[in-house]
Design a binder for this molecule. Structure first.
Ligand SMILES: [Zn+2]
Length: 128
């Protein structure tokens, strides 16, 4: 990663925090929040986030854009998804996920806080 890479540069007007090693920047825009998430090399939800959330799997829906890096998603029934930048991501609640390879993953994501799943029109769980 280049230090000049704007994908990693400080984001103006953002509220910033780090949770489970993930650098999260949030900017309110209209009725939603736009977030930039930088997942470090070696990140795995079940190792780094599960102890913080207290749920077995990540119960958030994610809709966004993977700008760099590679992400592997695994649902409770064993279904997997592989996302390689540049790629749009739509991930249903109830998943584990991790960064693949030796590059951090940068995701730009949209959410509506507690109303995220319904307002994005995502299913509330992974099913067939
Ligand atoms: Zn499935």
């Amino acid at each position: 990663m280049s230090t000049n890479d704007p994908l990693f540069a400080p984001l103006p007007e953002a509220e910033s925090r780090t949770i489970g090693g993930v650098q999260i920047e949030v900017v309110r825009a209209g009725g939603c929040r736009v977030k930039r998430l930088i997942y470090p090399v070696g990140f795995r939800w079940s190792k780094d986030m599960k102890p913080i959330t207290g749920t077995d799997l990540c119960m958030h829906a994610h809709v966004g854009f993977l700008a760099t890096g590679e992400v592997h998603i695994e649902y409770a029934d064993g279904c997997t998804r592989e996302f390689v930048a540049p790629q749009v991501m739509a991930i249903e609640p109830g998943h584990d996920g991790w960064v693949v390879g030796d590059q951090p993953a940068v995701v730009v994501e949209f959410d509506f806080e507690r109303d995220t799943i319904s307002r994005l029109g995502m299913p509330d769980a992974h099913r067939h």
